[in-house]
Design a protein around this ligand. Sequence first.
Ligand code: GLA
Length: 400
Amino acid sequence: MLSMEKAADWAVDSQARAEGVAACFRERFASEPKLWARAPGRVDLMGSHTDYNLGFVLTLPISRDTWIAARRRDDGIVRVHSMNLDAADEFRLDGIDSISESRWCNYVRGVAATMQDEGLALTGCDAMIHSTVPLESGLSSSAALECALATVFAGLGGWSLTPERKALLCQKAENEFVGVKCGILDQYSSCLGREGCALLLDCRDLSTRAVRMAEGIRVVVCNTMSQRRLSGGEYAQRRSECEQGTAVLGVSALRDVTPEILAARRHELPERAARRCEFIVAESARAESLARVLAAGDRPAVARLCAESFVGARDLYEICSPAMAAMMDAMLAAPGVIGARQAGAGFGGCMVALVDAARTDAFRAAVLDAYYSATQVRPEIYPVEAAPGAELFDKEEITK
Ligand code: GLA
């Protein structure tokens, strides 16, 4: 298992990370890795749970990412090792089963099985995996793993996939092989990132628009360190409550519902479904608005939209936990904060703040103190940059 200190250092020191991953590869597989791939995690800046309602999300593929160092094998066997979990898996490409005890192995197996089902010819490999995306914290560590792995298989085969196709394949692996009914947000973010930009993703036609944030605004992820254990069942429940809404309103997705339609027909909906729908309709509109005001640097509007999003997530969609409320207080009281809200599926995990870049250090120190005083839990704070989507990279460029 990687020590906490080393994991934190490697998030900022790519050279040490590349050497460390290569050394582990050598130790484990007694050879040199030949191919390197990386894929980013993501934080959503606006648009909680809008993806499976075919609405808009403003997402940021982040500089915390998953690396895979690999080498081709010609015997149809895949051997993988996760440095973060200090765990390994091995399977044959000609008979891939899922295994019940280990979720991460199923992400790996699922990507391989799904790519083969789509007629892509895979070769076996040895692969060493290392991630700086905190696991199970709402920053899409699983999508980063899937998308990095799909990039490895394509790279070893000498062919490439469009980012869109890669994202859809990985989502399919997660939906069908792993059995998690996620939307398209995580995989699209991990595959379609553009350096320096957030992405406004239209989850209906799957188009993306790059959004360059105004100068001087920094995205800071604040990890409550609280478990998201509830999110599995609660996530499925939110989806079905939204489907209840679409059935009553006679539309195929909440994307088709405007605030005016909802106001006029709200009384037809069961109370809880009405609240869920109200949140989604407003949240999708906020994603488009935030894209506009972030590009323009309109800080008061950023603050207002983020505050509305959090209140809706708390009172209408009910995905906030006490730890998230404590983190929201800590973020809003910290110097330099422009806006703050939930991130990911909610129910704990990470949250996100937009911060005056010059005051990032002061913001970080204040949130560490305030959240610890309120909860007796030490949070982790990660200032992040916008990162490019899943790609192969040249290790020599990093270590020279
Ligand atoms: C999880 C899912 C995504 C999305 C978010 C909530 O991260 O994997 O598809 O639904 O929750 O916005």
